[in-house]
Design a protein around this ligand. Structure first.
Ligand code: ATP
Length: 289
């Protein structure tokens, strides 16, 4: 095989709690992760030597700082791959949005190189390499619905969430994940999301149970800094969303809709009210078999 094409999907967090700050600066988290149908496309081609990356986006680095490049570098080093790889990355996932755009590209490169260079690595081996690139990378390798604990790398696969429509909206502000965690005052948070009940609701396949437990503790930081997030949540809920929540460290907001027409109407209204917001109507993406 000389080349491979992969779709790298974005995620949202149906629930996100921060348990404590660890001594190494990381945070212990409990997150319910869900893949959505928005994806980047990567084409990996075998070459004689080196790593080259071409992208169609000016919003992220196109050199060795890109997570897709870093993933290729780690694979070459760790598995002694003498051949090279050219990566073409078509960016569609909003950048610095709380949708794991970089992590999912890295995960796709790990999976793609495993096939392209016939390495025969198991999913677990790929996850072990992935966690060195970012805490969300192992989840992105697996996809679907999952509980992520530890720093995000301890995964429990969950059943698929019942079908519904999703509207995602990324306002024109970029949020640094580090800023959000640095400004989270854990001792001042009186109420934490009930992640265990969310997991039960997923196992019971109860969409209303899931929706009623959707909470993200990081909203306390990002929403305060960017009031546009609150405006988007309200607009989505006034326009038929059963619930709207910020994903990850933000600023992307996603709303859950029972039918596509409502989601599309809300997207139109949102584009008028918040003109530079990137909106997508999509659905949850099932895990790969
Ligand atoms: P998370 O949800 O995992 O916190 P995010 O969606 O908030 O991630 P990303 O889109 O992954 O954020 O971008 C975070 C930073 O990483 C950006 O500043 C971006 O420049 C950089 N970056 C490096 N490689 C990539 C990539 N392949 N795609 C997107 N961003 C990348």
């Amino acid at each position: 095989m000389e080349f491979i094409r992969l779709e790298a999907y974005a995620k949202v967090n149906l629930g996100l709690d921060v348990v404590k700050r660890l001594e190494n600066g990381y945070h212990e988290v409990r997150m319910v992760m869900q893949t959505v149908g928005i994806h980047d496309t990567l084409r990996l081609e075998k070459t004689k030597e080196g790593i080259a990356l071409f992208t169609d986006s000016s919003e992220m680095p196109d050199d060795e700082n890109n997570l897709a490049y870093k993933a290729a570098h780690v694979m070459k080093e760790r598995y002694g791959i003498a051949d090279g790889v050219v990566i073409h990355l078509q960016k569609r996932i909003p950048v610095a949005a709380g949708m794991a755009g970089g992590s999912t590209d890295a995960a796709a490169v790990l999976k793609g190189m495993n096939i392209l260079f016939s390495l025969g690595l198991s999913r677990q081996e790929l996850c072990d390499v992935g966690v060195r690139l970012g805490a969300d990378v192992p989840y992105c390798i697996i996809g679907g619905t999952a509980l992520a604990e530890g720093i995000g790398e301890k995964l429990t696969v969950l059943p698929d969430v019942p079908d519904c429509y999703i509207l995602t909206a990324k306002p024109p502000v970029s949020v640094s994940t580090k800023y959000v965690y640095d400004n989270l005052r854990l001792t001042e948070i009186e109420h934490h999301p009930d992640i265990d009940s969310m997991v039960d609701a997923i196992r019971e396949r109860s969409l209303s149970g899931i929706v009623s437990r959707m909470e993200n503790v990081l909203e306390s930081v990002t929403e305060k800094k960017y009031p546009v997030i609150t405006r988007i949540k309200s607009l989505m809920e006034e326009n038929g969303a059963e619930k709207a929540l910020m994903s990850g460290s933000g600023p992307t907001v996603f709303g859950i809709y029972g039918n596509r027409e409502d989601a599309e109407k809300a997207a139109e209204n949102l584009s008028v009210a918040e003109p530079d917001t990137q909106v997508f109507v999509t659905a949850f993406q099932r895990k790969e078999q």
